[in-house]
Design a protein around this ligand. Structure first.
Ligand SMILES: Nc1ncnc2c1ncn2[C@@H]1O[C@H](COP(=O)(O)OP(=O)(O)OP(=O)(O)O)[C@@H](O)[C@H]1O
Ligand SMILES: [Mg+2]
Length: 259
C-alpha cells in the first residue's frame, strides 16, 4: 500500500516545532512516508523588513520583484528549510531539505507579469522525491520552482510558488494516500464561525464562491480540490495542537475533511 502522506506545514505553525517535529520522526518510525512542504511567508516578510524592502500582497500572493525573490529564496530554501531539517535530525529522524527547484521538482510559468516572479505550477517531476523516500529520508520542500524550459526560453529563472498549491500538486503527482494541511485554525469555519467537519468537492467549491473561505484558506481548498482525483482524502487541521500529526494518523483528530 502507498503510505505517502503529504503534509503542508503552515508558516503560522512553524513556531510550535516541538511536537510537529517529534510527530514527523514518529511517523517515519511507523513506516509512514511523510513528504513535507513548508510555508514561511511571515518569516520572509520579517527579513524583507529587516533589509528595508517593502512588500505587498495581491489576492494572497506576494508581488515578487528581483530583490524580493532573492530574499524569498534565501529565507525559505535556506533558513526555514534548514531549521526544520536540523530539528528533525536532532530528534533522530532522517530528513533531506530541498526546494521545488532542485532536481527540477516543480516547473512553473509566470502567473501574471504584474506579480513578478510568481509561478503557476505547470508540472511536478516526482523523481527527486521518490529517490529521497526510497533512501529512507523525509523530503522537506521549500515552495519555489523552476521556470518551465518550455516557457519563454529564458534561462533558469526561479519562481516563487504558493506552498499550499505546491503541496496539492505534489500530493497529486505522488498519488499520496492523504494530503494534510497543518494551519493556525481548527479547520474550515462556516459563516457563523462553526467548524465544518466534512465537505464534498461540490460543497467545498460552493464555499469558495460564497467567499466564506477567504485569504489563506482559499489556496488550501483549491489544493484539496486539485489533489482529490488522485488523492483519496484531504484534511485541514489545527497544527497548533500538541501531537496534531500523530492524532491524525490514529484517526482521533478534529478538523475538516474534504473527500
Ligand atoms: N472559512 C474559513 N475558515 C477558517 N479559516 C479561514 C477561513 N477563511 C479564511 N481563513 C483564514 O485562513 C487562515 C489560514 O491560512 P494562512 O495562509 O494564514 O496560514 P498557513 O497557510 O497555515 O500559513 P503560511 O501561509 O505561512 O504557510 C486562517 O488563519 C484564517 O484567518
Ligand atoms: Mg498560507
Amino acid at each position: 500500500m502507498n503510505k505517502i502522506l503529504v503534509i503542508k506545514l503552515g508558516g503560522s505553525t512553524l513556531g510550535s516545532h516541538d511536537t510537529i517535529v517529534a510527530d514527523l520522526v514518529g511517523l517515519q518510525k511507523r513506516d509512514v512516508l511523510p513528504v513535507v512542504v513548508h510555508g514561511g511567508a511571515d518569516i520572509v516578510t520579517d527579513w524583507l523588513r529587516r533589509l528595508g524592502i517593502s512588500t505587498r500582497f495581491v489576492k494572497g500572493l506576494r508581488v515578487t520583484d528581483a530583490e524580493t525573490l532573492k530574499v524569498v529564496v534565501a529565507v525559505l530554501a535556506g533558513l526555514v528549510n534548514k531549521e526544520l531539517v536540523a530539528a528533525i535530525e536532532a530528534l533522530g529522524g532522517k530528513a533531506i531539505g530541498l526546494s521545488g527547484i532542485d532536481g527540477g521538482l516543480i516547473e512553473a510559468k509566470v502567473k501574471d507579469a504584474e506579480m513578478g516572479y510568481v509561478g503557476e505550477v505547470v508540472k511536478v517531476n516526482p523523481a527527486p522525491l521518490t529517490a529521497i523516500l526510497e533512501a529512507g529520508f523525509i523530503p522537506i520542500i521549500a515552495p519555489l520552482s523552476l521556470q518551465s524550459p518550455s516557457e519563454s526560453g529564458e534561462k533558469g529563472s526561479i519562481l516563487n510558488v504558493n506552498g499550499d498549491t505546491a503541496a496539492g500538486e505534489i500530493a497529486a503527482a505522488l498519488n499520496a494516500a492523504k494530503l494534510v494541511f497543518l494551519t493556525d485554525v481548527a479547520g474550515i469555519y462556516d459563516s457563523s464561525g462553526k467548524l465544518i467537519p466534512r465537505l464534498s468537492p461540490v460543497e467545498a467549491t460552493t464555499l469558495l464562491t460564497s467567499r466564506i473561505a477567504s485569504g489563506g484558506m482559499i489556496p488550501k481548498i483549491e489544493a484539496c480540490l486539485r489533489a482529490l482525483p488522485a488523492v483519496p482524502i484531504t484534511r485541514i487541521i489545527d497544527g497548533r495542537l500538541p501531537h496534531a500529526l500523530l492524532k491524525e494518523l490514529e484517526g482521533e483528530g478534529e478538523g475538516t475533511t474534504i473527500a
